[in-house]
Write a protein that binds this ligand. Sequence first.
Ligand code: FA5
Length: 346
Amino acid sequence: MTENVSIENLKQKALAELAALMTEEALEAWRVAYLGKKSDLNTILRGLANLPVEERKSVGAGANVVREELETALKTREHAINEESLKAVSGIDISLPGRPWLSGKLHPVTRIVNEISDIFSSLGFSVIEGPEVELDRYNFDALNIPKEHPARDTMQTFWVDQADASGDRHILLRTHTSPMQVRFMEKYKEPPIRIVVPGRVFRYEATDASHMPMFHQIEGLMVDRNVSLADLKGTLFEFARRFFGPDRRVRFRCDFFPFVEPGVEMAIECAVCKGAGCRLCGDTGWLEILGAGMVHPKVLEGVGIDPQTYTGFAFGIGVERLPMLRYGIDDIRLFYANDLRFLRQF
Ligand code: FA5
């Protein structure tokens, strides 16, 4: 009993001293004094054999428990002193929680471009890119949009050169990805041709919930023998089915573009109002996602492909509208406001 009381006192004394120690040397001296060979605790443990049997067990167990407690306390104090000295030397508090490492990721529009490209790749289309700064010849003339054609007005253009002597300008930021139809066919005259062309396009027009002056399109072009409007419809419906799933309603109807004949447009049921009408879809219940049609014979002739032998279809998808329709995003400007709270959701 007496031994137990003195062990307890020993422990209190050792712990009190330990708490005040500040250096590694002091810790070592403390270890030698309280846990070393010549320490009181060790003496007690060594003298167990001389104690009466009934005391030996309880004194031995008590001394061992205290020894473990002192060893643990020593380690804890050592750790604390290390941390404090590191903080003093480097000014770094290693006990503070770490800062989260934010990894970047692709912009949602880039991801959608990749996803659409993958869908068309799997349908046999090659993915290529083209210039954003374009000649009016490719953006308009070669697409059957001559200088005085009214369709040129609808594509309000950012010109980047000065007017020539006759007042014309020729270099512009492309207003659509369709010039790549001409560039590609001009270069690789031999059908079969099956390409998609993702990229940025620019229009000098007012911004609203579904229009931006800079947005993305994906052009598609297929030219071969016996390509028909049914192939176009089948391809676009398969694309819509894979992108939106089988339940989303799709509208396919006539439209006019000078470089196709006949021309069509495809719209998808508005995801925000489910067809009832809202500000995103201009109260129509539908959002137009692409223009398309059979490549105009004049465009084929212009690049030296015989329209009697070959036919083709082309389409131009407005990329931003696809994630809007999939996720129910009601304003296209959100993609470009650089608000990470919005962008991180994708
Ligand atoms: C064209 O740009 C044609 N080049 C498409 C085409 C290609 C027709 C091949 C025939 C053959 P349009 O101007 O309708 O067509 O634009 C195509 C799609 O781009 C639209 O359906 C729409 O989804 C999207 N779009 C058009 N203007 C904007 C805009 N300001 N902001 C965001 N998306 C737009």
